[in-house]
Design a protein. Structure first.
Length: 278
């Protein structure tokens, strides 16, 4: 009995159409609503650790070419329904040259004057409030410190004999009240002194919370930094929450190891900064 080629062709055509529709829906959600993001380094320590998985929302600042996932959109100027971030927001952006995804914190808005002297930040001529905190102890695991990390010199043995990171924490409070912990490794780093520089219109000044181990607006693009203030159009979205975090021990062929690799206490962490009243 001869096969009904029309029916077979229709079946394959429907399958292809359904796959295309699903891919377009995924791209639309990724680009317009939210997407997952993986933390590959220690530049945003102590709040974000290598191995954290985040949810990044795409709509808080409007949409631009950088909102489109997988870097599919050409770089064109302009932003729909634009709304500037607040100081202290953690944002995902496209590197202005390489288009690689970065994650940093908003420090300066358009018109702000940014300066650092001996690692101490000033905005518009006023020193940012700094409060030295107790040392923060974090267990060492295969993901922490991350590759090429500047934090290995802070690895010590705890009372139980296990390795821990003991980090020097300084809490900063920006104009507007956003407050968060940073890592200050002390004097002698090239990024301790910068500026003053005025943030141009439609640009943002971004820094990592690991102040002496972050390639950000203070660092040239030839050293993987952002090369100064970043165009607002390069901002892809705002980091909202940690969905889960892994310690690097998972083996892809062993599903049980996936669960054992989950770091406790990380899932559900809110990434919006605490805000104090001025």
């Amino acid at each position: 009995m001869a096969k009904d080629k029309t029916k077979d062709d229709g079946g394959w055509g429907k399958l292809i159409r359904d796959v295309v529709v699903i891919l377009l829906l995924v791209l639309g959600i990724h680009s317009c609503v939210a997407k997952p993001f993986y933390i590959p380094s220690d530049s945003m320590m102590p709040v974000l650790r290598n191995g954290d998985r985040l949810i990044v929302s795409k709509y808080p600042y409007g949409w631009s070419y950088s909102s489109v996932s997988f870097h599919l959109a050409p770089k064109v100027a302009g932003r729909w329904f634009a709304k500037l971030p607040e100081r202290g927001d953690i944002v995902v952006l496209e590197h202005p040259v390489t288009r690689i995804d970065y994650i940093k914190r908003v420090i300066g808005l358009p018109g702000d004057t940014i300066e650092l002297r001996n690692g101490e930040l000033s905005i518009n001529g006023k020193p940012v409030k700094r409060e030295v905190q107790p040392m923060l102890a974090i267990p060492v695991d295969p993901n922490l410190p991350g590759p090429d990390s500047s934090l290995f010199r802070f690895v010590n043995r705890g009372a139980d004999g296990k390795q821990v990171l003991e980090l020097p924490i300084v809490r900063e409070t920006l104009p507007g009240g956003a407050t968060f912990g940073t890592i200050d490794m002390g004097p002698g780093y090239t990024t301790d002194d910068y500026g003053p520089i005025k943030v141009p219109a439609d640009h943002l000044f971004l820094m990592g919370d690991n102040r002496d181990g972050s390639a950000d607006s203070r660092v040239g693009t030839n050293q993987k930094g952002l090369g100064g203030p970043v165009p607002f159009d390069a901002i892809a979205g705002r980091a909202e929450i940690i969905s889960f975090s892994t310690d690097g021990t998972a083996e892809w062929y062993n599903p049980l190891s996936w669960f054992n690799a989950l770091r406790s206490g990380r899932a559900g962490t809110d990434l919006r900064p605490e805000r104090q009243s001025d």
